[in-house]
Ligand binder design. Structure first.
Ligand code: GLN
Length: 255
C-alpha cells in the first residue's frame, strides 16, 4: 500500500439519490474514489441521502449527484430544493466538493425547463438548462480544463474525456465559469464551445462514462480538494490501466 501525507485522514462521500440519479453507471465514480483512497491508506465513508432523507451540510467532504432521466429529475428536484439545498450551500461555503454529472449538473443550476414544467434547482451554479425540441446531444466528448485557481483560468491545461447524452441545453449566467473548453463533442449547448460549470469546489459536467474511471487525475484533484490538501500530497499510484482507459476515451473522442 502506498503511503501519502493524507494517510490517516478520511474522505466522507455522500451520494444524493443514488437509486434514481444513476444512469451510465455513475456509481463507478464513487468506486473510483473509494479505491483510490483505500490504495493510499486514506479512510473512506460512503453515505446516501435519498428522497425525504435529511442531508447534513457539515458531515461530508464530497456530495455527489449523478445523471438521471427527466422523470427521475422531476422526482428529485422538489426534494432537493426543499430538503437539501440549504445543506448543499452550507457544504459549498465551507469548501466541500459538490459534483453533479449530467442530470445532476442540471439540478445544481438555477432551473431546468422541460416542455410543460420548470424545475427549480439547488442554485449552486449560475446556469439554466432548457429542454429544447431539438436532437439530443450525444457522443464522445473531450474538454480542456484548468483547475489550479478557483476561476479555472490558469494552471496547466488537462484533458477530461467522456461521453455525453443530454436533451437539455445549459446556458451559463454571468456568475458562472465554464469547467472547460470543448475540444470535440457538444458541451453545454452544442454551440458555445464550453462544457460544464464551476464555482470554487462546486462542479457540474455533462461527462459520463462514468467520468472518474476515465480521468483518474481528476478523481485525485477532487479527493485532494475535498481533503484540503495539495494534489501532490497524494501518494502516486500505479495507473497503467487507468492511463489506458484515459487514452482510449480520448481516442474515441478523436483527441
Ligand atoms: N435528462 C437530462 C437530459 O436529457 C439528463 C440526462 C443525463 O443525465 N444523461 O438532458
Amino acid at each position: 500500500m502506498a503511503v501519502s501525507d493524507a494517510q490517516g485522514s478520511k474522505l466522507r462521500v455522500c451520494a444524493l439519490y443514488p437509486d434514481l440519479m444513476n444512469i451510465y453507471a455513475d456509481r463507478g465514480n464513487l468506486m473510483v474514489l473509494q479505491r483510490r483512497c483505500a490504495w493510499r491508506g486514506i479512510g473512506f465513508e460512503l453515505s446516501a441521502s435519498g428522497l425525504g432523507e435529511p442531508l447534513d451540510g457539515g458531515a461530508h467532504d464530497i456530495y455527489y449527484l449523478g445523471g438521471g432521466q427527466d422523470r427521475d429529475q422531476q422526482l428529485c428536484a422538489e426534494d432537493l430544493v426543499q430538503g437539501k439545498r440549504e445543506a448543499l450551500h452550507e457544504a459549498a461555503a465551507r469548501g466541500a466538493v459538490v459534483l453533479g454529472v449530467c442530470g445532476g449538473y442540471q439540478l445544481l443550476g438555477e432551473s431546468y425547463a422541460l416542455a410543460d414544467e420548470q424545475l427549480s434547482g439547488a442554485a449552486l451554479l449560475d446556469v439554466r438548462t432548457v429542454r429544447e425540441p431539438r436532437p439530443r446531444l450525444i457522443g464522445n466528448v473531450a474538454i480542456e480544463v484548468r483547475l489550479n485557481d478557483p476561476e479555472g483560468s490558469s494552471g496547466k491545461p488537462r484533458v477530461l474525456a467522456g461521453f455525453e447524452n443530454h436533451g437539455g441545453r445549459t446556458y451559463l449566467g454571468a456568475g458562472a465559469t465554464p469547467l472547460g473548453r470543448v475540444l470535440t463533442g457538444h458541451g453545454n449547448d452544442g454551440r458555445s464551445g464550453f462544457e460544464g460549470a464551476r464555482a470554487g469546489s462546486v462542479i457540474g459536467t455533462y461527462l459520463h462514462g462514468p467520468l472518474l474511471p476515465k480521468n483518474t487525475w481528476f478523481a485525485d484533484w477532487l479527493i485532494a480538494t475535498a481533503l484540503d490538501i495539495p494534489v501532490d500530497a497524494l501518494a502516486p499510484l500505479d495507473d497503467d490501466l487507468e492511463e489506458q482507459a484515459h487514452r482510449s476515451a480520448r481516442r474515441a473522442a478523436g483527441v
